[in-house]
Design a protein around this ligand. Structure first.
Ligand SMILES: O=C[C@H](O)COP(=O)(O)O
Length: 215
């Protein structure tokens, strides 16, 4: 299982979480990556943790003030990028162009989607993975794998129907090792989570407990 921790814009210490994630990954062999704010990418990458951008803009080098250039996040140490999110929804054409930008910069990609229908559409664009996240469960602490398991199995089916090489992750409300186990049982090969780590009093302990069943 791939554990991708999105720090969103939470008031956490990105380097402290990155160091904990790097240690947990080294100690357990579980792949753990951290997606901080763009301004924190270099500092996070310097910890040695696998580092992801939260977004890359659908642009090339040029007159694009305010954009997040794929080449720039790669230069800062990012190895992958999220594209699209329920909290920052993009049009399909922009998702497609952001995937092109990520490919140019040699970034791995996960496209987020709200439901299995969007998963199918996203899979058709050829990302490395799609992540299904029911918006109503994000940040609730109620895991998608328990509250809406069918959405995960339907997403796995929808992606496979389009392109079997596209991995399917799930996210929303995931915070425990049991949630990870349940996600794997439903066919997900990764999880996307945020508040369970970024808002934890002790992010290191939260990460250790999270991956414990996989270690
Ligand atoms: O990008 C992460 C997801 O939106 C999940 O967030 P959450 O773990 O706080 O529910």
């Amino acid at each position: 299982m791939f554990v991708l921790v999105n720090l969103k814009a939470y008031p956490c210490d990105p380097v402290e979480i990155a160091e904990a994630a790097a240690d947990v990954s080294d100690e357990t062999g579980v792949r753990v990556a951290v997606a901080p704010q763009a301004a924190h990418l270099s500092a996070v990458a310097e910890t040695g943790v696998e580092t992801w951008a939260q977004h890359v803009s659908p642009v090339e080098h040029g007159s694009h003030t305010g954009s997040t250039l794929a080449e720039a996040v790669a230069d800062a140490g990012a190895e992958g990028t999220l594209i699209n999110h329920s909290e920052a929804r993009r049009k399909l054409a922009d998702i497609d162009a952001s995937l092109d930008a990520a490919e140019r910069a040699d970034l791995e990609t996960v496209v987020c989607a709200n439901n299995p229908e969007q998963v199918g559409a996203a899979a058709a664009l050829g990302p490395d993975a799609v992540a299904v996240e029911p918006p109503e469960l994000i940040g609730t602490g109620t895991p998608v794998s328990k509250a809406d398991p069918d959405i995960v199995t339907d997403a796995v089916e929808a992606a496979a129907a389009v392109d079997e090489s596209v991995d399917v992750f799930c996210g929303a409300g995931i915070s425990t090792g049991d949630d990870l186990d349940a996600a794997a049982d439903l066919g997900a090969t990764g999880v996307l989570l945020a508040s369970g780590v970024a808002k934890a009093d002790d992010p290191r302990a939260a990460l250790e407990a999270l991956v414990e069943p996989l270690a």
